[in-house]
Design a protein around this ligand. Structure first.
Ligand code: NAP
Length: 251
């Protein structure tokens, strides 16, 4: 097991890709704090899955864009599970709005959750880890849209490409403290975020037609890349990014 005895916090771990990440981390031996913003029942279900598989798990409510919430999330995880070894910045939102129609509020909310959130969670985590001389790792969850243009994402795509820049710049500053920072970019995964695609005639075929492996990803396939970056197997890798997308970005 890659993560035996490690402690992880996964933001947005209550469903979708976040749940897949939580499950793989637990199978690799980690105890996991499952963050959610509103869906306690689903977060508890994920935590129960972890416990049923022999690891400790807690749920931690909090909006990643609010400093007080983030501080409370990190404090609760540290107090109840122990010092965090791996922070996964997975929580994110997506709206699809044409550039010319986008409002200030839409731009601000999306940037607050998708870019400021990972920055904030990382800063609160790193301050605590460095103060306690605790080494660790951070993985940001970006998007295929860091590499490919899809309509209506002029607010979303920059947040995901921005995570790469955040990881590169952060990694240089926190490397002396033994903290690595990398980014995993998902392609197409069937979750609540992408469920609408199935309702649009021809959309699924259009998306799968761009993916070399011609299928959507399993959330746990994404989780395996996160587990790698979070483990000692990636001990000499920081400031990097990888697409887990069946070959979409490279096509
Ligand atoms: P999802 O099914 O919509 O789940 C989103 C998760 O994020 C939920 O756990 C939700 O919590 C949490 N969340 C939302 N806003 C939050 C906030 N302000 N603070 C804390 N938690 C918050 O999304 P997904 O498809 O699994 O996507 C996960 C990540 O992968 C996102 O960053 C997304 O941009 C990225 N991504 C997804 C795809 C894809 O194909 N699905 C592709 C590229 C990138 P609640 O359950 O409490 O609402």
């Amino acid at each position: 097991m890659k993560l035996a005895g490690r402690i992880a916090l996964v933001t947005g771990g209550s469903r979708g890709i976040g749940r897949g990440i939580v499950e793989v981390l637990a199978e690799e031996g980690a105890d996991v704090a499952v963050n959610y913003v509103s869906n306690l029942a689903q977060a508890e279900e994920v935590a129960e899955w972890v416990r049923a598989h022999g690891r400790r798990a807690i749920t931690v409510q909090g909006d990643v864009s609010k400093r007080a919430d983030v501080e409370a999330m990190i404090d609760k995880t540290w107090a109840e599970l122990g010092p965090i070894d791996l922070l996964v910045n997975n929580a994110g939102i997506e709206t699809i709005v044409p550039f010319l129609e986008l409002t200030d509020d839409q731009w601000t909310r999306l940037n607050d959750v998708n870019l400021r959130g990972p920055w904030l969670c990382s800063q609160v985590y790193c301050r605590r880890a460095i103060a306690e001389k605790k080494k660790g790792a951070i993985v940001h969850i970006g998007s295929i849209q860091a590499a490919k243009v899809l309509p209506g994402r002029t607010h979303y795509a920059p947040t995901k490409l921005g995570l790469e820049a955040l990881a590169k710049n952060m990694s240089a500053e926190v490397a002396p403290s033994g903290i690595r920072v990398n980014t995993v970019h998902p392609g197409y995964f069937e979750t609540d975020m992408t469920v609408w695609i199935k309702d649009v005639p021809g959309a699924t075929e259009m998306v799968l037609g761009q993916i070399s492996l011609a299928r959507s990803g399993e959330c746990r396939e994404l989780g395996r890349a996160v587990a790698f970056f979070g483990s000692d197997e990636a001990s000499y890798i920081t400031g990097q990014s990888i697409h887990v997308d069946g070959g979409w970005a490279g096509k």
